[in-house]
Ligand binder design. Structure first.
Ligand code: ATP
Ligand code: MG
Length: 419
């Protein structure tokens, strides 16, 4: 190991080329699918005022309690690296008048960016991770909810992740939840011997958080806890039943999971999660729901909204991806550096769906061929003095026994397209 002046910081990770390709593959799919759903990309600042999160996410959430990268900057402003995108997105929409764009109160946004949370690092849980988030603003209908679910579903289909389970639940309105919270508290108090001090504190401040605990002992207790479905108001419950009916009509698999709550305070009505059973306890891939009241906290106006955030690092761990780009090796047998440059420029000019690897001109042709094979080239383009004088290229297939072929420069573009 080299003697480095500094190593990467705990909980942060280097993403190397092979893995990086998967991120890019996913990002390209994201742009295409979002445009099919008329969602527009925004780029969020990495720093926001700490207050934005404290007030919106809720003081009792894990994020605000213990996971924020917050500090005072040189002007003594209390700032924070963004731990999530919904509050910043809402802030951005208000600050730039986007929700009132052209008299239409609706706007659909998406982002693909790094988030920062100071949590205990483990597989699938990093201190900097990438989230793809979508937020539909100004939309209070369940058709917005459904469209959002369809967007996430289409994404998973396109990247061929078919083992995910869609969990849904309704949290009703805040009043329903307050009543439920109280009863949940009383229920948990019957088992107070089973809880540690921190859990006891959570029961006091936000008992719903116990429901998604990963502690085996608590999971047992939670099994018989009261269900939120018995507490939600009629309108919310009708909405939820309608959503279920539409999912049935569209043949979309789902599980009603009455114990699904979100860690953040601002949700109402629909909440959902796409879960996997392949990543151990880091099982949530995508989580979201409706947050009609967040706008009142952030901008003091009513803008109903629904959205989700997806953990791209976890998606990357689940997908199988094969790089399908054509790999072209190039051997130019010439002492003239400018000949070599001219030919490589020509090849790059005919397309952008391949990777070009220039062989080392100092080596013998035999050595260059060996290197091309080792570098996983599909073909090797050989240019010697003969090719140079009659404007041709010799193509050597490295992955089949085809004979070498000579093709004219003018035909090269067609050759690549058809390869
Ligand atoms: P978890 O229960 O796994 O801590 P969460 O409820 O804190 O998740 P959200 O705030 O809903 O997560 O974020 C949405 C998604 O972002 C998660 O479902 C997950 O896929 C991903 N995610 C959250 N925290 C991390 C992290 N520290 N590292 C990698 N991905 C993460
Ligand atoms: Mg978390």
């Amino acid at each position: 190991m080299v003697d480095l002046i500094s190593k990467k910081i705990r909980g942060f990770r280097d993403i190397l080329p092979e893995e990086s390709k998967k991120f890019l593959f996913l990002e390209e799919k994201i742009h295409k699918i979002c445009s099919l759903f008329n969602a527009n990309q925004i780029r969020l600042p990495a720093l926001e005022s700490l207050n934005l999160f404290k007030r919106s996410i809720g003081e009792s959430s894990d994020i605000v309690k213990k996971e924020m990268y917050s500090f005072n900057d040189k002007n003594d402003e209390t700032v924070c690296l963004i731990p999530e995108g919904t509050a910043p997105c809402m802030r951005l929409a208000f600050e730039n008048n986007l929700i009132y764009d052209r008299g239409v109160k609706k706007n659909r946004f998406y982002y693909y960016t790094s988030m920062f949370r100071h949590e205990r690092p483990q597989k699938g849980r990093y201190r900097q991770f990438t989230q793809f988030g979508v937020e539909f603003m100004g939309d209070d209908s369940i058709y917005g909810d459904i469209d959002l679910l369809l967007l996430s579903k289409m994404f998973f289909e396109q990247i061929k992740l078919d083992k995910l389970k869609l969990n849904i639940n309704s949290l009703g309105l805040i009043e329903d939840r307050n009543k439920y919270s109280q009863d949940l508290q009383s229920y948990f108090n019957n088992y107070s011997n089973s809880f540690n001090d921190q859990q006891k504190n959570t029961i006091k401040t936000n008992p719903l958080r116990i429901l998604d605990s990963k502690d085996q002992k608590l999971i047992e207790i939670v099994k018989d806890a009261p269900n939120i479905s018995d507490y939600i108001n009629k309108v919310s419950s009708d909405k939820f039943n309608n959503i279920i009916q539409i999912l049935e009509d569209l043949n979309i698999d789902y599980i009603v999971n009455n114990k699904l709550v979100r860690g953040l305070d601002y949700y109402n009505d629909l909440v959902f999660e796409w879960k996997t059973d392949q990543l151990g306890t880091q099982d949530a891939i995508c989580a979201g729901g409706r947050y009609d009241s967040l706008s009142n906290i952030i901008g003091n106006q009513y803008v109903p909204a629904v959205g989700f955030a997806m953990g791209i690092d976890r998606v990357v761990d689940l997908i199988t991806y094969h790089d399908t780009d054509l790999v072209i090796g190039l051997s130019v047998i010439s002492d003239s550096q400018s000949d070599i440059l001219k030919i490589s420029s020509f090849i790059r000019s005919v397309g952008d769906k391949f990777r070009l690897i220039q062989m080392d001109a100092d080596k013998s042709l035999t050595k260059q061929i060996k290197t091309a094979v080792k570098s996983n080239c599909d073909i090797l383009v050989i240019v010697g003095s003969e090719e140079m004088s009659n404007n041709t290229l010799t193509i050597k297939d490295l992955k089949s026994d085809k004979d070498d072929r000579s093709i004219g420069l003018d035909d090269f573009s067609k050759f690549i397209e058809e390869y």
